[in-house]
Design a protein around this ligand. Structure first.
Ligand code: PA5
Length: 356
């Protein structure tokens, strides 16, 4: 098969019949719509008596919780946690504001966690595009963040994160969240010009990164908590859009275990293409740590790239890194001749579980 030319928009469209690239390029607009959805939510729970904030969800519906957790944990005096599974901790009760998030509304683990939250008396805000979760919310009078339907959950990241930030802002728990998002959108719009389909490979970092990753296993390391969430999202997007195995970890923790896997160059390590995500604003100590780690890893890996992510604050840097990773993963799918949208393994697994 002839290699896809990422600068040929007709070829990109032909390889992407469901339009995942357009979905990803739509992130700046989706951020603004997501703010509106949060502003429009009726019947907010009272913040009186709330001592913790939690998210329940799986996969593409859970990572929005991670995004808000890292962005808000240093400004909200309450613990923020994310729960992926069939239950929530027994300690969560009336003092817990739980965002129950399922794009389809039908994910069995999330529905089971919501049942537990109802039994335990949590204040629940649901977020979904339909399905059982939406029906439960309507029947029980729970506030429901209505997410536009017809997308893949992973293409709804802003819808599945930002409205909850607006809810916390409206409940008086967070300040300035919406205006920070609006400023970040300005930056994302510029990045769309730089990294979108119309920008040629020669000056397009996202396309260049995709080329580097062809035939390799992506391994993404995020420095610090916010960019570790981005690293995890990159990994998941390589899995789901590009259909390749991919792995991630975080600095500084990886320096205490994973680094040893690169001690000897071998046929295995040569398959790994490593990307470090580092904030331009990172402390000198962490920057030095990344340099040394990249040197050590680079002696064994197939290749190493250190990406410095700029922005005025964590929100800008995190969304910039998420945007870049989403684009790289779709370009990589197209280079591999793979349709980025369908996730047959997830659908097949859910079907077999439903039959079981
Ligand atoms: O990306 C995906 O399709 C998955 O990770 C889903 O988000 C996950 O299976 C949960 O489904 P839902 O988001 O509908 O709750």
């Amino acid at each position: 098969m002839a290699e896809v030319n990422l600068d040929d928009v007709a070829q990109l469209a032909a390889g992407d019949p469901s339009g995942m690239l357009g979905e990803v390029e739509g992130l700046p607009a989706q951020c603004l719509e997501a703010l509106e959805i949060g502003r429009g939510l009726q019947d907010l729970p009272s913040s009186a008596g709330i001592r913790r904030v939690a998210f329940a969800g799986m996969g593409g519906s859970a990572i929005g919780g991670d995004v808000l957790r890292v962005l808000l944990q240093d400004e909200v005096s309450l613990p923020i946690t994310v729960h992926r599974g069939y239950s929530i901790p027994l300690s969560m009760g009336r003092d817990t504001l739980l965002f129950a998030v399922s794009y389809s509304g039908n994910t069995e683990e999330t529905l089971s966690a919501v049942e537990a939250a109802m039994r335990q008396g949590c204040a629940i805000v649901a977020a979904s595009s339909g399905g059982t979760l939406s029906r439960w919310a309507e029947d029980s009078g729970l506030p429901l963040i209505r997410v536009p339907a017809g997308k893949q959950p992973r293409a709804a990241l802003a819808y599945l994160s930002l409205p909850m930030g607006v809810v916390l802002e409206r409940m008086g728990m967070v300040e300035g969240f919406s205006s920070r998002v609006e400023r970040a959108v300005e930056k994302l719009r510029k990045k769309k010009e730089e990294w979108g389909r119309l920008s040629p490979t020669q000056s397009n970092l996202a396309k260049q990164m995709a080329h580097r990753l062809v035939g390799k296993i992506p391994v993404i390391y995020g420095a610090g908590e916010a960019l570790s969430v981005a690293a995890y999202r990159w990994k998941c997007q390589f899995n789901e859009n590009s259909k390749v195995p991919a792995f991630c970890h975080a600095l500084p923790e990886m320096d205490h275990n994973e680094i040893v896997g690169f001690q000897e160059r071998s046929d295995l390590t040569r398959l790994l293409e490593v990307v470090f995500l580092v904030s331009e604003d990172e402390t000198p100590r962490m920057r030095r740590r990344v340099e040394i780690t990249a040197e050590i890893v680079g002696e064994a890996a197939g290749g190493v790239t250190v990406l410095h992510v700029g922005g005025a604050n964590d929100l800008e840097r995190l969304f910039t890194a998420l945007f870049l990773g989403d684009l790289v993963s779709v370009y990589l799918a197209l280079l591999r001749g793979i349709d980025p949208t369908p996730v047959e393994s997830i659908a097949a697994l859910k079907k077999r579980m439903a039959e079981a």
